[in-house]
Ligand binder design. Structure first.
Ligand code: PEP
Ligand code: MG
Length: 754
C-alpha cells in the first residue's frame, strides 16, 4: 500500500535543503530525483538535460538502470521525452507505451513502466530539459502531482541555469547558451556583429521558494493591485495616444490584469511553496508553452501582451525599475526588443548600435523606418528572440538575409566577420569615387540623389556623395513625435535640412500620412479596410487644409530667400495639384502682406504613384514643374499587391514588361523639357537602376547606402547600348514574366557590376 503524495510544499522544502548541501552537482541531482520519487510515490524519476546539439541526455535517475546515466540519450522531438522538449508541454499518460511517440531505450530498462508523466524544464521561455516520473501500474497523475512536478522543474531549471551541471557530461554547453539561428524578415540593410542589449531586460527570478505562504500571497496581491492601478491609470489618461500605445492593446492588458484564472493559478503556485515572483514566472511559462503552439497570429499577439504584463508584475515584485536598463551600453550593441518606438531607438545613440532585432516589427514599423534611415542592420519578425537571448550574448544580425544568429559558433562568426570586412572594403572603393560625377562610359550624366526624412539622415549627404535630396519624407518627423509638431518645429527641421544641403537641391514631399501611416495623436477616421487606398496623403491634406497649410507655411518660411521644391504624394487627379497650387499662392500672398521673405523660387511637383496618372500625363505635365515616380506605390497598385504584406510584397517582379512599359511611358511623356526622377526603392537596386537608365531616366533618388553601388554600375555602363538592349527586351514578346535573369545576364556579359 502506497501513501498519499506528501504535497509540493514539503517537497520544495526538501529540495531547498538539498540545494544548500555542500555536495557535488551529480550528488545533488541524484538526491533530488530520489526525493521527488519518494515524495510523489513514483518508482522512477529521471532528469534529461538538453544539449547544444539538440540531444537530451539522461543526467540522473531513480528507478531506471544507473549505468544509463550520461549514456542514454534521445534527440529533441524523438520519443516521449523528446516530444515534451520540442513542444514545451507536459505529457501525462496512463499507458506510455501505447503513445505513438513512445520510443524504448533498452539501456534504461524502462519497459516495465506504464504510467508516465513528463514536464519540460523551462526558464524564461527556453527549454533546458525534461523531468519525468514513471510508475508500473497504469494511472493518471492528478492535477496536484502535475503541479508539484512542474514546480520542481523550476528548481532544476535554476540548477542548470547557474551552470552547475556543465561539468557533468561531455564538453559542450547546455541548452541555455547554445547557438540558435532565427529567420525573420530583413528590414535594414547590412550585417552587424555585436552583443545583445535587451531593450526591456527580462527579470530573472532566483528566490524560488517562499518561506511563508501567507506572506507571499499578500505580496502577490499587493503587486497585482499596483499593476491594476497602473493599467487603469494608463487607460483613463486623455493622452494615452501620446504614449504611442494603442487603446486596444491597453484594453487587452486590462483584460489580463483582471483575469481571475490567472490570479488563481498564481495563488495556487504560492500555496504550493513558491515565492510570489516564482509563482508569476511559473504561470507565465505555462501560458507561454500553451500559447506558443497557437498559430493564430492574434492569439500569439496576446501572448506578447501577457508577457509584457507579467514582466511588469515581476518588476513590481522585485522592485526593479521599468523601461530600458541603465547598464552601460556596450560599444557594439545589438538592440533586441519585442517592439519599440522610433524615439526610443534614437535614445540609444547611433554610435554604439550595430544592429536591431525586433520580435514583431515589419517594414513600416517606425523603429524600422528610423533604423533604415540611419543605416542599422535590422531584422524583424524574429521568432521569440526576446526570451531566447540574454543581455551580453554574442549576436549577429544579417539584415540582408533576415537572419539572426544568437551565440554563433566560431565558424559562423568568422564567416560573418569576413562578410563585414568585405563590405567595408567595397564601401572604401565607393568612397574613392564619391566625389566623381556619375557619368556612363559614353558620357551620359546621371543625377544620383538620396532619400531622407530625419535629421539623422543629413550626414549621409556628404558621406554618400549624393547630389541632393530627391525625396524628403516629411511625415517621418510626425511619425516619431509624441504630438503634432508645431509650425516652429516643422520650420526648424526644414531649415536644418536646407542648411545641411547648402546649394544642393532638396525636394520636400508634403505629408504622406493617413491610411496605414497612423499618427496616434491624430484621431482621423475609424479603421479603414484598405488603408493604402484610403484617406491618405494629399487627399487628407486637402480635406484637412489646416494641416497642409501649416506645413506649406513652415516650408516657405524655412526657404526664405532660397529655392523651394514641394512634391505632392498620391496625386490621383490633376485638380489636386491645382488646389494645392491655389493654397500655395494664398500663402505667398499672405507672406508678402506680412513682410516675410519669400522663397527665391518655388517649384511644385507631383508624384506618379497612382496608375490613373499614366493616362492623364498630358494634362498633369502642363500644371507641374517636375514629376517623381514613386515606384513602391505604383508597383503596389499596378500589381494589386500590398507592399507591407510579406506574403505578396515580393511576389511580382518590377523588372517585368508591364511595369517597365509603364515606367517608359512616363519618361517618354516627360521628354527633355520636364524634369523626372524615380525615387522608389527600385532606384537603389543597381540592376534596376541600369534598366531605368536604359528606359531613359537620368535622375534617380535612393537610400544613401545605395549610391555607391549604383555609381559603380554607372561608371561601367554604356548608356547607348543599354538603351538598345532594354528597348528590345521591353518590346519583345517571349512570354517571360520576369526579365531580371535576362538583364542580369546582360550586365554580366558587359562587365557591369550589379
Ligand atoms: C514610393 O511610393 O515609391 C515612394 C517613394 O514613396 P513612399 O515609399 O514613401 O510611399
Ligand atoms: Mg509612395
Amino acid at each position: 500500500m502506497r501513501g498519499a503524495p506528501a504535497g509540493p510544499r514539503i517537497l520544495l522544502r526538501r529540495l531547498r535543503e538539498i540545494m544548500a548541501e555542500p555536495i557535488s552537482a551529480q550528488a545533488r541531482l541524484d538526491k533530488t530525483v530520489t526525493q521527488i520519487a519518494a515524495n510523489m510515490v513514483a518508482e522512477v524519476c529521471s532528469v534529461y538535460v538538453l544539449h547544444a546539439d539538440g540531444v537530451l541526455e539522461l543526467y540522473a535517475t531513480e528507478g531506471l538502470k544507473h549505468e544509463a546515466v550520461h549514456r542514454a540519450s534521445l534527440r529533441i522531438g524523438q520519443g516521449l521525452v523528446g516530444t515534451i522538449a520540442a513542444q514545451a508541454r507536459t505529457l501525462n499518460l496512463p499507458d506510455a507505451q501505447s503513445h505513438p511517440a513512445f520510443r524504448y531505450l533498452p539501456e534504461t530498462g524502462e519497459e516495465i513502466y506504464s504510467a508516465f508523466m513528463g514536464v519540460p524544464i523551462l526558464r524564461a521561455g527556453a527549454t533546458l530539459g525534461v523531468l519525468v516520473v514513471q510508475n508500473r501500474a497504469r494511472r493518471t497523475y492528478d492535477e496536484e502531482e502535475v503541479e508539484a512536478l512542474q514546480t520542481t522543474a523550476m528548481v532544476l531549471a535554476e540548477l542548470i541555469a547557474v551552470g552547475e551541471l556543465s561539468g557533468l557530461s561531455r564538453p559542450g554547453t547546455l541548452d541555455l547558451k547554445r547557438p540558435i539561428s532565427l529567420t525573420g524578415v530583413g528590414l535594414g540593410e547590412g550585417v552587424g556583429l555585436g552583443h545583445a542589449v535587451l531593450h526591456e531586460p527580462r527579470v530573472v527570478v532566483t528566490a524560488l521558494i517562499g518561506e511563508d505562504a501567507a506572506h507571499e500571497a499578500a505580496r502577490l496581491d499587493d503587486a497585482i493591485a499596483s499593476l491594476r492601478l497602473f493599467v487603469d491609470d494608463m487607460l483613463s489618461r486623455d493622452d494615452i495616444a501620446e504614449t504611442g500605445e494603442h487603446r486596444d492593446v491597453l484594453e487587452a492588458y486590462r483584460m489580463f490584469a483582471y483575469d481571475r484564472g490567472w490570479v488563481r493559478r498564481m495563488h495556487e503556485a504560492v500555496r504550493n511553496g513558491l515565492s510570489a515572483e516564482a509563482a508569476v514566472e511559473k504561470v507565465q511559462s505555462d501560458m507561454r508553452a500553451r500559447l506558443q503552439r497557437q498559430i493564430d497570429p492574434v492569439l500569439r499577439d496576446r501572448l506578447h501582451d501577457f508577457e509584457d504584463l507579467t514582466n511588469r508584475l515581476l518588476r513590481v515584485l522585485m522592485n526593479k525599475p521599468h523601461g530600458p536598463g541603465d547598464e552601460e551600453l556596450p560599444k557594439d550593441a545589438i538592440i533586441v526588443a519585442r517592439n519599440m518606438g522610433a524615439a526610443e531607438l534614437l535614445d540609444y545613440g547611433r554610435a554604439r548600435i550595430r544592429g536591431l532585432v525586433l520580435e514583431e516589427g515589419g517594414p513600416t514599423t517606425h523603429a524600422t523606418i528610423v533604423a533604415r534611415a540611419i543605416g542599422i542592420p535590422t531584422v524583424g519578425r524574429a521568432g521569440n528572440v526576446v526570451s531566447l537571448v540574454d543581455n551580453g550574448d554574442a549576436i549577429i544580425v544579417d539584415g540582408e538575409m533576415g537572419e539572426v544568429h544568437l551565440r554563433p559558433n566560431a565558424d559562423v562568426e568568422a564567416a560573418y566577420a569576413e562578410k563585414v570586412r568585405f563590405r567595408a572594403r567595397r564601401q572604401e572603393q565607393y568612397r574613392l569615387v564619391r566625389d566623381e560625377p556619375a557619368v556612363t562610359r559614353d558620357s551620359v550624366r546621371i543625377s544620383l540623389l538620396m532619400n531622407a526624412g530625419l535629421l539623422v539622415d543629413l550626414p549621409h549627404l556628404d558621406e554618400s556623395g549624393a547630389e541632393g535630396i530627391g525625396l524628403f519624407r516629411t511625415e517621418l518627423q510626425f511619425m516619431i513625435a509624441a504630438k503634432l509638431p508645431k509650425l516652429a518645429e516643422q520650420k526648424a527641421l526644414y531649415t536644418a535640412v536646407l542648411d545641411a544641403a547648402g546649394n544642393r537641391p532638396v525636394t520636400f514631399r508634403t505629408l504622406d500620412i493617413g491610411g496605414d501611416k497612423v499618427l496616434p495623436y491624430l484621431r482621423t477616421v475609424s479603421e479603414e479596410e484598405n488603408p493604402a487606398m484610403g484617406w491618405r496623403a494629399i487627399r487628407l491634406g486637402l480635406d484637412r487644409p489646416g494641416l497642409l497649410r501649416t506645413q506649406l507655411r513652415a516650408l516657405m518660411r524655412a526657404s526664405a530667400g532660397r529655392e523651394l521644391r514641394v512634391m505632392l504624394p498620391m496625386v490621383t487627379e490633376v485638380d489636386e495639384v491645382l488646389q494645392t497650387r491655389a493654397m500655395i499662392d494664398r500663402e505667398l500672398a499672405y507672406m508678402r502682406r506680412h513682410g516675410h521673405v519669400e522663397p527665391a523660387s518655388l517649384m511644385l511637383g507631383a508624384m506618379i504613384e497612382v496608375p490613373a496618372m499614366l493616362w492623364q500625363l498630358d494634362r498633369l505635365l502642363t500644371v507641374v514643374d517636375f514629376v517623381s515616380v514613386g515606384s513602391n506605390d505604383l508597383l503596389q497598385f499596378m500589381t494589386a499587391s500590398d507592399r507591407g504584406n510579406m506574403r505578396v510584397a515580393g511576389r511580382f517582379e518590377p523588372l517585368s514588361r508591364p511595369f517597365l512599359r509603364a515606367l517608359r511611358q512616363i519618361v517618354r511623356a516627360c521628354g527633355p523639357a520636364m524634369p523626372v526622377t524615380l525615387c522608389g526603392e527600385l532606384a537603389g537596386d543597381p540592376l534596376a537602376a541600369m534598366t531605368l537608365i536604359g528606359l531613359g531616366y537620368r535622375s534617380l533618388s535612393m537610400s544613401p547606402a545605395a549610391i555607391g553601388p549604383v555609381k559603380a554600375m554607372i561608371l561601367a555602363l554604356d548608356a547607348g547600348r543599354i538603351a538598345c538592349f532594354v528597348t528590345d527586351l521591353v518590346d519583345g514578346n517571349d512570354g517571360a514574366d520576369n526579365l531580371r535573369p535576362a538583364i542580369a545576364a546582360y550586365a554580366q556579359r558587359e562587365g557591369v557590376p550589379h
